[in-house]
Ligand binder design. Structure first.
Ligand SMILES: [Zn+2]
Length: 317
């Protein structure tokens, strides 16, 4: 009788092990549901165009989330003339402190970034759930996870939440849009201890996840992204775009920080820059995939690529 119970218990243990292995095949944590809920919290503040109360409230919320998790934050505030006059922009930065060292006075290896602003529309209420609240939510949840589970990795990062990625006018031009990333990249340009790589997230939570890398992606980063996607069994969600994409990675690449843009296929979508870009088009599963690939990229020895990025020639619009 006793042997029979031992057998049943043994079977239950084995079954639990198989179940856990099946749910976590790669060992990479599953943060998709947390990021989905974080996106909902961000969206509850309403539209987030530059200078708006909504953006200020969301930025304060993200700052509080990061600081509660043990990160230290800093802001870059600057004014720019836009098609609608002078606007004050604010990038939010975060680093993970090492004891006894000023976190802002030591080199970091990788920049992990996304844009916190949403495009302003006068005739409709645009929330930008995937463009790019979901990406910011993913970074917040990654930051919370790393602070708790991988503080040594957290110390190698700088997190950046850009303001003013979206153009104030209808389309991104050389002078309108990428305000935050242009300012941020310029601050690095002349420095000798630049980060060796950057990961930009944008539109990474759509239920039909189709990440398309810009053709200006530095070759070494391209290979690493596809290898990470394969390792997470997510390669069918990743591919190349048909041309260069204008996004916040462009100023970073131009400042000498090789950066990849993990970006959803906005050009082929019916929701991009439309009021339908709400929580309804997102899924926790897609966020989970994007976050797992990002974590794997951060985990890898993220060596600097050898090839220089090509100049972009196709606007994002
Ligand atoms: Zn946009």
């Amino acid at each position: 009788m006793r042997a029979r119970w031992m057998l049943i218990l043994g079977f239950l243990f084995a079954a639990t092990g198989v179940l856990l292995w099946w749910r976590h095949p790669s060992g990479t944590p599953h943060l998709g549901q947390a990021a989905y809920e974080q996106t909902a919290t961000i969206l509850a503040h309403g539209p987030r165009p530059p200078g708006s109360d909504g953006l200020k409230a969301v930025s304060a919320h993200v700052q509080k989330e990061l600081e509660t998790a043990g990160w230290v934050t800093s802001r870059q505030t600057f004014e720019r003339y836009t098609p609608e006059g002078s606007v004050t922009f604010q990038n939010l930065l975060a680093r993970f402190p090492t004891s006894g060292v000023d976190p802002w006075n030591r080199p970091v290896r990788t920049i992990l970034c996304a844009h916190l602003d949403s495009k302003g529309f006068k005739d409709s209420r645009f929330l930008g759930a995937d463009d790019a609240a979901s990406a910011c939510a993913a970074i917040v949840e990654i930051a919370k996870f790393l602070a708790k589970e991988k503080p040594a990795l957290a110390e190698t990062l700088e997190l950046v939440f850009f303001d003013g990625e979206e153009a104030i006018g209808p389309h991104i031009t050389a002078a309108d849009g990428l305000y935050g990333s242009r300012y941020y990249a310029n601050a690095w340009r002349a420095k000798s201890d630049k980060p060796t790589s950057g990961i930009l997230l944008d539109m990474i939570g759509h239920e039909n996840l189709t990440i398309r890398l810009s053709t200006d992606t530095p070759d070494a980063l391209k290979e690493r992204v596809f290898a990470a996607a394969k390792a997470e069994d997510a390669q069918n969600h990743f591919g190349m775009a048909s041309g260069p994409i204008i996004d916040d990675h462009v100023p970073l690449n131009s400042a000498g920080i090789p950066t990849v843009d993990l970006i959803g296929d906005f050009a082929a979508s019916a929701w991009w820059h439309r009021p339908t870009d709400t929580l309804k088009i997102l899924s926790a599963r897609s966020l989970d995939i994007s976050i797992r690939v990002t974590l794997r990229l951060l985990d890898d020895a993220f060596a600097p690529p050898t090839s220089a990025p090509a100049a972009p020639n196709r606007p994002r619009q």
